[in-house]
Ligand binder design. Sequence first.
Ligand code: C6P
Length: 421
Amino acid sequence: MRPTGDVQEHQTATTGLFLRDDFPILQRMVHGVPLVYLDNAATTQKPTVVIEAEAAYYRTSNANVHRAIHTLGEEATRQYEQARATVASFIGSPAPEQCVFVRNATEALNLVAWAWGMDHLSSGDEILLTVMEHHSNLVPWQMVAKRTGARLRFLPLAPDGTLRLDALDTFLSERTKIVAFTHVSNVLGTITPVAEICRRAQRLGAITVVDAAQSVPHQPVDVTALGCDFLAFSAHKMYGPMGIGVLWGRLERLQEMEPLFGGGEMILRVGLESSTWNEVPYKFEAGTPNVAGAIGLAAAIDYLRGIGMEAIAGYESQLTEYALLRLRSVPGIEVYGPESPRGSLVAFNVPGVHPHDLSQFLDQQGIAIRAGHHCAQPLLKHLCVVATARASFAPYNTRADVDALVDALGRVGDFFGHVGS
Ligand code: C6P
């Protein structure tokens, strides 16, 4: 059932869209007070259905996949491939084999950079990124550019933190081979117009790589509608387990890519001198995969679908709007990123208090936020800060959680004594 209108308004204020009881960890106390978890962009908490799905696999079906000719092996293989099909239908993939299981978004982005980039880039070619990329979508391209002689270019931001799309034509040319960019910034919350960028990049023959680590958990994402070549995300940011993520790719792109890791499962035939490769996606999944993780991810997707991604996006948008409104009432606070649309997070600084001290102060009151450079050092340099605090939301958060944060921020001055000085 999808809550809308009054029902959703009520839930934003009081109970959350997810049932808090579904998440055992949300029942715990921190420093003697109930936990207020506002670090969801770093990782989300796990519902019982996900924890149980992993445990049930280990309890009843644990075996290696694609190898064993026995009942457990067949069950494990069936569940692993069923999980792939669940992922595929969740993101609108034409076929399950276009979803490669990896460890996380970082590994997915590295896989494209190394396996596609090394074979298709040479001196004089350009890789277009944006200045707001997470290190995971920057450092691999730096490494590959260094080895191939390709040049990195960066699409700039407007003062409000949105992408300067008007500059896209200046940066895109026949030299551009790859355009790699985040769907939602993990610092600014900026949402990029993926479909438009992909359309314009592909007109010039460039391939597009979307870092969807901060979008897939929060809004409907359909790879076919977006029109990208590759899309990367992590399960642990979408209520699934750590250690499993997905690289989605267009079939022809995946087929033209050489494998990155060699070993078991990724081969067709092996000789002493040379080998041939298995089909997509198996040629990218060398060694024993994280079967329990894939099954846990599928359980998380079933859980998300039970609520509905449209409902989740609507709920989080209301909650973030409320957080922006309340945070701006804190004297002297600096809030980063565009007004709207924005992802479900707010980065901010309270003058005179280092974000690390702020985070520690909030932790004493049971409130978990993130503080630091958020693995986006070039972006923070662009913002002329070394660190920020960041509150990020999930559908188990409520306005009461935002109120707890803002009330605590109101006490920061008394605690540190020198705020604003
Ligand atoms: N951002 C944050 O607190 P991994 O670590 O591979 O699951 O995700 C990497 C990653 C890639 N892109 C974006 C936009 C991200 O936000 C992240 C992870 C976390 O913001 C940890 S630094």
